[in-house]
Ligand binder design. Sequence first.
Ligand code: GLN
Length: 236
Amino acid sequence: MAVGVLALQGSFNEHIAALKRVGVKGVEIRKPEQLQSVNALIIPGGESTSMAKLAEYHNLFPALREFVKIGKPVWGTCAGLIFLADKATGQKIGGQELVGGLNCTVHRNFFGSQLQSFETEISIPEIAAKEGGPPSFRGVFIRAPGILEVGPEVQVLADVPAPPEKYAKSDFDVESLKDNAGSEKKVIVAVKQGNLLATAFHPELTQDTRWHSYFLKMVNEPNKEEASSSTSLSSE
Ligand code: GLN
């Protein structure tokens, strides 16, 4: 199995190393035609404006959109999540191209600037149910986006209180967030929609490979209703 990792900018080496730990070869993707040789794609974290400019320069957007549209599994982490979102708001967004496909609105730099980067334990019931291990995951948030709204077809995999005063210095008006559970305001940080997976944090910067294994299951065991048969690797 070959999983592509968009290698324009950001933490692509770390994803390739994490894939290696779960026994899969990560292939660096820099040109549209290279997408044809991989079964799935990871769009890493980094800086989404720079990544978008490089993607535009290499004429990658049409091929990336097609990859998403035909049902190949794609996982976006942090800036990669911004790439996949249908709508992005927040700091310095404007004119920046997105791949889209994920029916959600993300707010860029939701938790504040680089200085407000933080780590926190996140409850991950779906991942723990499928992958085993502890019920929580160490979330590494680096100038992370937050997911403000999702469409009905989007499965929420994790959320965090917003804002725990200790870390959030967002320019976003947290009071305008919908109440997801009781009176506590929460912001969504991980979602799945068919062939698309997105996390606001960086699993590739931890030693816990459960998100990578979970994504590989999306590649190996695609739900026939959700993804086209072209994602099946059973013949390889
Ligand atoms: N804040 C960055 C952006 O908007 C994303 C940060 C990250 O990927 N770690 O692109």
